[in-house]
Ligand binder design. Structure first.
Ligand code: NI
Length: 200
């Protein structure tokens, strides 16, 4: 048993450097966000649940609520996506000025077809975005999102560890701020309302 535990410890140590090479730790990105140490956000080229190409430029003139997660997430992602959906409902007609985006950090399983079954359960206007693993990594890095696959060998399965902030981006595409996980729909709506562009 001891030997087994040691082997596991060695294995995880061996696999650590490759993870560290490709990205920063969860603590590091959270620190950057909390203290505003680096710019947040950036350009992306992804595809939505209807296989339509989407770039950040498509959403100029709208506020963006950007959330990174994955459809197999058992509780945090669904709760936050539900809160985003409810916040949009609270905003009523003026919610037209906001585009909610769900960017998967599990593009291997979250194909457009899979997203198509998932995103409408939270809000009809929620767009699910996926793409090449490298495109996902680069947009996640730009938003200071940490994510890493965690293998469950017993079940021949994996989950994805990830930071879960809701990002609010301005109509010019610039970062305004973030909501921590579990922010209530009322609070999201209250903050978003102050930033909405005038209705046309
Ligand atoms: Ni999640």
């Amino acid at each position: 048993m001891k030997r087994f535990a040691l082997a596991i410890a060695l294995l995880s140590e061996l696999s650590l450097p490759s993870v560290a090479d490709s990205q920063r730790s969860a603590a590091e990105v959270m620190d950057i966000l909390m203290w505003g140490r680096e710019p947040v956000g950036g350009p992306f080229k992804l595809i939505d649940q209807n296989r339509i190409n989407r770039t950040n430029e498509d959403f100029r003139g709208k506020l963006l609520l950007v959330y990174f997660g994955f459809t197999y997430c058992p509780d945090v992602c669904p709760t936050d996506l539900q809160n985003i959906g409810l916040a949009l409902d609270l905003l009523g007609e003026s919610a037209e000025g906001v585009q909610p985006l769900f960017i998967t950090i599990d593009p291997e399983r979250d194909t457009p077809e899979h997203l198509k079954n998932y995103v409408p359960t939270f809000h009809p206007r929620l767009l699910g975005l996926t793409g090449e693993a490298s495109s996902i990594r680069s947009v996640a890095d730009a938003y200071k999102v940490f994510y890493a696959k965690v293998l469950n060998e017993a079940r021949d399965d994996y989950t994805v560890d990830h930071t879960a902030f809701i990002y609010l981006m301005g109509i010019d595409g610039n970062y305004i701020g973030f909501f921590p996980p579990g922010t209530s729909p009322d609070r999201i709506a209250e903050i978003v309302r102050k930033r909405l562009p005038p209705l046309r």
